[in-house]
Ligand binder design. Structure first.
Ligand SMILES: *Cc1c(COP(=O)(O)O)cnc(C)c1O
Length: 359
């Protein structure tokens, strides 16, 4: 018999980890049952890059809007509703807008998203539009859009749901809890892409809080990766015109800059950058060796790992986790361009099909 239920046994990240979050028993939670994403072992990828360690990918593509942004957004929209907000606003390289638009629709709020003109992957744009957000294309980059959002926030007319809103970071730290729950402890290293730097700040907080609560014994080295050309933290100064194929991390002046620096410093980790060429190589290699499709930004930490292996920096037997922040289908244009293949067109006969196969 099918039992009636509302949550498939998983209540979403707020209810699951309520004791670590700024909510109470009466908070009306806005959730799409985000979280509980798979931690996928990828041994063929590790072999292909010549590594000798256990790598697991935290596949955040399996969230409701197909990126990790949903973890912070369930908190931000829950909080906006509790505060009586009517309109929420965010600047976005794409995934924040998709998530804000979805959770706003869920809560019956008006959502306004500011996107850098022409630099949004198509999957993400399609989400914001379909969920019904008022979508504004700003003739500037992400940093320009975020500046305007801060100014709009000061009017008091709208609730800002970018990661400058501290509850976003609170929600995002739950991914670190899930990793520890699955592994039974924190990993030796955690790799992830760094754009606005909210996520590395959130993971580092999550890993520390879990250890301090006695739910894990250690914390990992935090290994954050920017894209060359959009690597202000590595350069030590803001970048006016950031450029990279990894549009999700095309950010020149990260809002959580100091959080990222602290995470790397206090964990004995690093913030470094990799080129677009290295990113696209890792992106394709992961898809071909493991059948795991991610968006280009996720391949930055993988490219970084390849570099660490080449430089002999990873001790044998290490346990490594890496956040795959968003789904590959977010950016189908890059996937098609990078694949190197086009469909072979043939007559509708067995002979014609056999003729193009290498059997
Ligand atoms: C937002 C995002 C990032 C960057 O995360 P930050 O918290 O801004 O550092 C990386 N990858 C994807 C797919 C994203 O959507």
């Amino acid at each position: 018999m099918i039992k009636p239920g509302t949550d498939n046994g998983w209540p979403g990240v707020i209810r699951k980890y309520a004791s670590f979050l700024p909510v109470n028993a009466t908070t009306p939670v806005v959730t799409l049952l985000e979280g509980n994403t798979p931690l996928i072992p990828v041994p063929r990828f590790v072999a292909a890059i010549g590594g000798n360690f256990d790598l697991r990918l935290k596949y955040e593509a399996m969230n409701p809007t197909c990126s990790f942004k949903d973890r912070g957004m369930t908190m931000a929209i829950t909080n906006a509703v509790a505060r009586g907000a009517r309109t929420v606003v965010c600047a976005s390289t794409g995934n924040t807008s998709a998530s804000a638009a979805a959770y706003s629709a869920r809560a019956g709020l008006h959502c306004v998203v500011l996107l850098p003109e022409g630099k949004i992957a198509h999957g993400k744009l399609s989400q914001a539009l379909l969920y019904g957000a008022t979508t504004v294309s700003v003739q500037g980059n992400f940093d320009d859009a975020l500046r305007i959002v801060r100014e709009l926030g000061e009017t008091g007319l709208v609730e800002v749901v970018n990661s400058i809103n501290p509850v976003r970071i609170e929600g995002q730290k739950t991914a670190a809890f899930e990793i520890c729950d699955v592994l039974g402890d924190a990993p030796d290293y955690h790799f992830l892409p760094v754009g606005n730097a909210g996520n590395i700040t959130a993971y580092w907080r999550g890993f520390r809080e879990y250890r301090d609560a006695g739910l894990s014994r250690r914390v990992p080295r935090m290994m954050g990766w920017q894209a060359l050309g959009a690597d202000p933290i590595v350069q030590g100064h803001a970048i006016a015109h950031p450029e990279t194929v990894a549009t999700a991390i095309r950010i020149g002046n990260p809002a959580s800059w100091s959080g990222a620096v602290e995470a790397a410093r206090d964990s004995g980790g690093q913030i470094r950058s990799v080129s677009d060429e290295e990113i696209l190589h890792a992106y394709k290699l992961l898809a071909r060796t493991e059948g795991v499709m991610v968006e280009p930004a996720c391949a930055a930490p993988l490219a970084g790992l390849i570099r660490c292996v080449r430089e002999g920096e990873i001790p044998a037997g290490s346990v490594i986790t890496a956040t795959m922040t968003g789904h590959g289908l977010k950016d189908p244009d890059t996937a098609i361009r990078v694949s190197g293949f086009t469909p072979k067109v043939v007559a509708a006969t067995r002979e014609a099909v056999l003729g193009v196969l290498d059997l």
